[in-house]
Design a protein around this ligand. Sequence first.
Ligand SMILES: [Zn+2]
Length: 140
Amino acid sequence: MAQVPIAEGLFTWPSEAPQLIGDRCEACGMIAFPKQGSCPRCASTDVREHRLARRGRLWAWTTQSFAPPSPPWSGPTGDAFVPFGVGYVELPGEVKVEARLTEADPERLAHGMEMELVVVPFRTDEQGNEVVTFAFRPVE
Ligand SMILES: [Zn+2]
């Protein structure tokens, strides 16, 4: 089964050590994710691709316990839906990224815990490809 990313340009893939792809403003230094082509702070269009740190600290989180409305949700629904964690991970000196978490149990998550970027299966598409997305997992 082939693996395809959920969207082009979100993260480096295939990769042993995947990184999120954002951009960095050459005018003011603001880092944004995902890439926007212009700076959300100063509106400069002088931005360069910036690969984000793979590790950060958990800042806030919750559990997605039911399938979100579709669209935009394109993942499993009904009995096939499995609850997952959602949170913000603060990448040091860069940006807070909203992301899926590999841990769905809020009791096993803690403010400030170290998290690492991973790429995980999301769904199977109409062609039988495994669609993968990014997530953060607690560093053991
Ligand atoms: Zn800027």
